[in-house]
Write a protein that binds this ligand. Sequence first.
Ligand code: GLN
Length: 201
Amino acid sequence: MNIGVLALQGDVREHLRALESSGASATPIRRPDELAPVDGLVVPGGESTVMSKLAITFELMEPIRKRIAAGMPVYGSCAGMIMLAATILDGRPDQESFGGIDMTVRRNAFGRQVESFEGPVDISDISGGPFDAVFIRAPWVERVSEDVQVMGRVTAGPAAGRIVAVRQGNLLATAFHPELTGDLRVHRYFVEMVRRTDDSD
Ligand code: GLN
């Protein structure tokens, strides 16, 4: 089983490491032909406006949309969550996403005064207690369709109740960065999603 990490921009190395530590082999993806052999994809944290531009320039936008439509499992963290959203608020006018999750996200939603913070997030389906979630200029989810499973919300502080983890079919997204904290539970959960999809081929 081979999982790609979209390597146009962002915290690619951290995701490669987290995936390898979770029992998958992981490869950086920069070109459309590198996408073909992977069974799943991680879209890292970084800057979604830049990622959108580079995905168009490197001709990855359409191939990734096609693989998503064909059922490839994808996990997006932070900017990666934005890239999986059907609708983006406070984006750049020319910003595009891969889409796939029927949700509306707001970029930099937690406000400028809280550029970066840590807070507890409970994730249904993942045991072991709340995540010590790291948010860096993070989005939150303002709308989900009934096909989207809300998996996690902020549990304390001014943003309490905000949706920060979702799943729709084979697509998983978190507004926080588990790749930065050494807590491998989200990556293990995603590797298991990919393994199950792989087995059913
Ligand atoms: N604010 C960034 C964006 O809009 C996301 C930040 C992150 O990935 N840490 O893409």
